[in-house]
Design a protein around this ligand. Sequence first.
Ligand code: PMP
Length: 350
Amino acid sequence: MKAWENNIRKVVPYTPGEQPKLKNIIKLNTNENPYPPSPLVLEELSKMDYEKFRLYPDPEVKELNVAIANSLGVSEDMVFTGVGSDDVISMIFMTFFNSDKPILFPEISYSFYSVWANLHRVPYETVRLDDDFNIVVSDFNKTNGGIIFPNPNAPTSKYLSLDLVEEIIKNNSESIVVVDEAYIDFGGESAIGLISKYDNLLVVQTFSKSRSMAGLRIGYAIGNNRLIAALNDVKFSFNSYTMNMAAIKLGTAAIADKKYFEECCSKIIKTRQRTMAELEKLGFSFPDSKSNFIFATHKNKKAEEIFVKLKEKNIFVRYFKQPRIDNYLRITIGTDSQMDALITALKEIL
Ligand code: PMP
């Protein structure tokens, strides 16, 4: 063994959901939006001046940050943008989770959190969820070097009401609390309004789900200007040009189309409610979802078997072979016709 081999940073990477190369599949496995981005994005794309690509993009991402700030009613210095919320959260780990005390996150949660903790060498502890997958606020009342949780949680789809989110933030005023709101636009209430009250709060959101732009990679954190300045210091010590020119322009165009965004979210919510009713009739149960996916278990058919059989029919959903959730399927909400095809396939399988 060579000496340098001891110096390799050893990590177990995150496994993203499958992106099958097959054509004609129904893809309900990575919580993407089934609808295209706003037509304003296409318009902006067609106007794009390719000659400008020889220049570096704006390292301060000003145009997009201003658009996000205006749409949320916060000031520009409260916005930090990154290459999807994955990039933003990784920067948050690097910037704020630097104590010897463990950071806390739910035992069933976004599985990237433990990967970042290991990558950035941050100690962590997971916090148990109750039998119905609820976050128990008082369980976060212990020594910690920071807290992160998704709301709604993933993959359980469970939403924690804003008063309980606030309790976690209030009870942990000496730590940075990060609320990962990747799915908040599908029925939950954002914690952004609490930022003026709590200086330890960061809220992370993304263009990947509710704005149908997973492929463009845009995510952002909202927090008070001191936290955002600290994040920028780390970003500018790591890579000044995280956001490319196309993402800045097209993200700004997407923000301009509030009406399209709202219509898209309400269509998905409507399809979700209808799908939940259909699944229930077939013998599935699931937590009440406030996200763009349903976390379902069947009363007598094993989730893994359903997962395999759906795949044989070219319908992809997500299955996690993990303690407590290995009999559940995470099903992304697609179009109405995709969900009809799913229900038909499930009837055949069951
Ligand atoms: N947080 C949660 C809870 C997620 O499920 C995801 C999607 N995998 C992300 C963050 C990251 O999303 P993105 O990087 O596309 O913004």
